[in-house]
Design a protein around this ligand. Structure first.
Ligand code: 0GY
Length: 297
């Protein structure tokens, strides 16, 4: 296999065929708290409204990667290519049992019975996406209505936006009930540096609202320099050091919609000790925090 786009569909890169065994030995019970499943499309078709088409990467491959890298558990996040049809994530969660939890995407019309069925399958949160290249816009009121509905299940929200949108979104984020997990540190522009007002706005947001958590994920998306992603280290390190009890980490496998290069997932694991430098920070990031957030209900 190569990392080249496939001739039948130039929209996606092939996942790394043989990721290294990480040099960093993950703490026992570590959680890959941001990963996805794609299809397989014959069983779980991609959404007609999707903005990209991935190659199939189903639950069996995800669980094999989990074991290969040394993780114990997964939090499987609904990818936008599956729209609001959460069957692939629910199926993967049911297969994994206690070893996986899921994050769904739902619409304003979601019913209590549907949420209860999702909870039974292992869903523990919903994702609100503001990234324009991935989804059509949803009014914040719709997300607030959904956030209210999930409270009785003890779920949290995952919010995905880009740094340029944060200023506009601060009032919305502060209105959301429950715990709010921001994907990929709010996608800072790493060329601007940690002291830039854009990144400091994100740090202030977390400092001022103790319900806001961050995934310190996706150096491969945020980097300008490329592997080994040294330009992303100061951003993730700053968040881990300031908010060690409110950070999560994940591989983002199978790396949806990544256009530049496919990372080696083992090398991504080796990035962890660069951003969480003490065993205590590593245990919180990889075990204590995700278990408290997703396995307590
Ligand atoms: C990510 C990042 C992206 C895509 C998705 O659900 C998705 O399609 O999440 C992206 O394109 O930035 O979090 O995996």
């Amino acid at each position: 296999m190569t990392n080249q786009p496939q001739p039948m569909d130039a929209d996606w890169l092939v996942v790394h065929p043989n990721p290294k065994v990480p040099d960093f030995v993950l703490p026992a019970g570590s959680v890959d708290a941001h990963c996805h499943v794609f299809g397989p499309s014959a069983q779980f078709p991609y959404a007609p409204e999707r903005k990209y088409t991935p190659g199939d990467q189903g639950k069996d491959k995800l669980f094999a990667l989990r074991d290969h890298l040394g993780f114990a558990r997964n939090v499987i996040v609904q990818a936008t290519c599956h729209g609001k049809d959460n069957r692939a994530v629910m199926d993967a969660c049911r297969t994994a049992g206690d070893l996986a939890r899921g994050i769904a995407s739902v619409g304003a019309d979601i019913t209590r019975a549907e949420l209860a069925e999702m909870h039974e399958a292992g869903i523990r949160g919903v994702r609100f996406n503001f990234v324009k290249r991935l989804v059509d816009a949803t009014p914040p009121e719709v997300f607030l209505g959904i956030a209210d509905k999930i409270q009785e299940f003890g779920w949290s929200t995952v919010v995905y936006f880009e740094a340029a949108d944060l200023e506009r979104l601060v009032p919305f984020l502060n209105t959301l009930p429950g715990i709010i997990v921001v994907d990929h540190m709010g996608r800072p522009d790493v060329r601007k540096g940690v002291d830039h007002p854009d990144f400091q706005r994100f740090i202030d947001l977390m400092a001022n609202n103790a319900r806001i958590w961050s995934k310190v994920t996706c150096p491969e998306r945020l980097t300008v320099a490329g592997p080994p992603y040294d330009d992303v280290i100061p951003f993730a390190q700053a968040i881990v050091e300031a908010f060690p009890d409110r950070v999560l980490w994940g591989t983002d496998w199978p790396h949806p919609n990544l256009k530049s290069h496919m990372p080696d997932d083992g090398a991504l694991v080796d990035f962890i000790p660069k951003i969480a430098r003490t065993p205590e920070q590593q245990r919180k990031l990889l075990v204590d925090n995700p278990m408290r957030l997703y396995w307590a209900q």
